[in-house]
Structures are given as C-alpha cells and as structure tokens.
Design a protein around this ligand. Structure first.
Ligand SMILES: Cc1cc2nc3c(=O)[nH]c(=O)nc-3n(C[C@H](O)[C@H](O)[C@H](O)COP(=O)(O)O)c2cc1C
Length: 336
C-alpha cells in the first residue's frame, strides 16, 4: 500500500511506502530547556516539520526524566543532515547516537512526540542508555522501549528480559472510562500510573492524554502494560508505530451504534498498515451490536471478540471481564 502524505510544503510531497527499507537512528540528549519543555517541543516541531520534509526524514521525539530521545527514519544523507543541524542546539547537550540500523520504516507520520511529566531521576534514564550500549538493540523500537521503560518498577528485578512484555491498549467509544480503568488498576495493584502527553504533526489540533500502568502477571510472568488512550490518540504516529506490539485492544463500547462504529473505523484505519494486528476485545452491555462491529473489524482484517458486561461504569467488573480474554489469544512481544 502507498500513502500520499500531505507534508507542509509542495516540494515535500512524496509517496511513502510503509515497510520500505530506510535508515533508522536513535539519539539521546540532556534537556537544557528553561521553562515549559512541552511548549518548546511544539516550537521544535513547527521548525522541524518544514526542514525535515526536504530531507525526507520522519521523527518521533520523547521527553522523559530530563532527557530527549529522538527517533529518525529516512535516507542516510537526510538523517545525517538532521543530526548535523540538531547537534549544536543549546536547548540540549551531551547528544549521543544510541542506535543506528537499516530496516523497515515504522514511523508513519512526519512528526510525533511524547512528553512524560513525571519525576523519574535523570540518572535512571542514563543508566538504561548505558545498558543499551552494552547490549545493542536489534531495531529502534526495541531500543526506544528499553530506554523509555523504567526498570525500577516493583518486580523488575525478577524479570530477565524487560523488553518482552504484553501490551494492552484500552480505548473508550465515549467518555473517559479507559482512564478510569487504568487508574483503578494502578490503585488495586499498588502501581504507579504514568501519564504522557502525545502530539502529532498538526499544530494545535492533536495533543492527547495517555496513561499506563505496568502490572506483573501477564502470561509466563511477563510484565503487562495496560495503556489508556483518548480516541484521537489512534491517529498519532508514535502510537501507531507501536500498535503491532499490542496483543489486544480493549474497546469500551457505549451502546450507541454510531459512536461504537466510529471507534471501530478509527482502529481499522490505525491498524491498516500493520503486519501483526492486535486482537480486538469489545466490551459492552448486551444491547451492543457486536455483529455489526465484527463485520467492520473483519473488513479491516482484524479479529473481534465480544464480551457482555452488566455495568460499564464499574472498572473492577470491566477488568474481570477483559482479563481472561487477554491470555487466550496471541501474545505479541517486542519481535516484529
Ligand atoms: C531535542 C531536539 C530535537 C530537534 N529535532 C530537530 C529535527 O528533527 N529537525 C530539525 O530541523 N531541527 C530539530 N531541532 C532544532 C535544531 O536543533 C535547530 O535548532 C534547527 O534545526 C536550526 O535550524 P536552521 O538550520 O534552520 O537554523 C531539534 C532541537 C532539539 C533540542
């Protein structure tokens, strides 16, 4: 399949082929921004979108624990050009390349970014960077996961390989139940709930919240990350770049056939380019039109499991209904 991506300048319009072979680079740097880092990231985005288009480089940028992590994909000379003009920027320092390889394109959009406002100590992030240089990652997604995923969480010491874990995405057709579910999971398991803000390429329109919790007790003792996202998060490149790592997407249906179908269509669009597709688990009251939703899913090549629930507002009941199904189907881990 080919995508015609509408970048900012006519000159930059080109056809991007998902899965085409590109150079992939990940670099980390210490943030030196005074004031609001997320605001500064928006300024960097607006400038970078214009400049990177000429170099045909797509970027995902993360801020976490006082560090930037930037993932670039594109032709080698384009990546070198972006790296050169980024290196001397006083808004960051101690820039280092932590991964470079050639392989399939994973970033589907010219820009996306994530901002984690929590207080993780910078030294923890740096420790994971150093660990990566001792044990190189096979691809940028794997390197990104290892660096951005704290190993200091309870139970981490018992896991040999922190890059292998089950990801479950939760998205509600209406309201904020997905976030309530993740917050309840955090409370019930005594785990910290991590908040992120994600943004895409379009100025102003696409900043969305994202919250997750890491739980022990996935299959085979694997860590299970449960991520709540707002519906428009499905359109953001960074979330799409990791969609193939999710074993399941739990849909909290509202019973309104239009809203429920809209959510299904958004998911089908977001998963369209994936080689590994998550299993959809539709949770709703008995009056939900699961048959119609299954048809939409099937049309997009997605497996849809349905599950009736009595009380959509009760997080404990939602999880009790969803959890058994998470062990039944395919578990996707970091391999892709
Ligand atoms: C963390 C970080 C990431 C950046 N990423 C990019 C980028 O992807 N592309 C880009 O053109 N500039 C990026 N910049 C901005 C550049 O460092 C630099 O300020 C800008 O490109 C200079 O532009 P000019 O050559 O047009 O003056 C980034 C800056 C920071 C601090």
């Amino acid at each position: 399949m080919e995508l015609d991506l509408d970048l900012s300048t006519p000159r930059s319009r080109r056809t991007v082929v998902p899965g085409e072979t590109v150079d992939r680079l990940l670099c980390a740097s210490e943030c030196r921004v005074q004031g609001s880092v997320f605001d500064e990231m928006h300024r960097i985005r607006d400038h970078a979108l214009l400049r990177n288009a000429r170099d045909q480089v797509y970027v995902a940028l993360l801020y976490q624990a006082g560090w930037f992590l930037e993932w670039m994909e594109g032709p080698p000379e384009g990546i070198d050009a972006v790296l050169r003009r980024t290196a001397d920027d006083p808004r960051h320092g101690s820039l280092r390349v932590v991964h470079r390889s050639r392989g399939p394109r994973r970033l589907t959009q010219p820009w996306s970014m994530a901002f984690r406002p929590d207080q993780e100590p910078p030294a923890h992030f740096e420790r994971r960077l150093k660990a990566l240089s001792g044990q190189p990652a096979p691809d940028p997604a794997s390197a990104w996961r290892r660096v951005s995923m704290p190993r200091e969480d309870p139970g981490a010491a018992g896991r040999a390989d922190t890059d292998r874990y089950q990801r479950v995405l939760v998205c509600a057709a209406r309201g904020t139940q997905s976030f309530e579910l993740v917050r309840w999971l955090g409370q019930a398991n005594g785990c910290e709930v991590i908040s992120q803000r994600l943004a895409g390429a379009r100025a102003g329109s696409m900043d969305v919240a994202n919250q997750y919790v890491d739980l022990d007790g996935g299959r085979g003792g694997m860590l299970r990350r449960v991520v709540a996202t707002a519906r428009n998060g499905l359109q953001i490149g960074l979330l799409q770049a990791f969609l193939s790592d999710y074993s399941h997407i739990v849909l909290l249906l509202c019973g309104n056939s239009k809203h429920d179908a809209d959510l299904l269509h958004s998911l089908v669009a977001a998963c369209a380019r994936l080689s590994h597709r998550p299993v959809l688990l539709g949770l709703g009251r008995a009056d939900c039109d699961h048959a119609a939703l299954r048809e939409v899913a099937r049309g997009g090549g997605l497996v849809y499991l349905d599950c009736d629930i009595d009380d959509a507002a009760n997080a404990k009941a939602l999880w009790a209904a969803a959890e058994p199904a998470l062990d039944l189907s395919r578990i996707t881990t970091s391999q892709w």
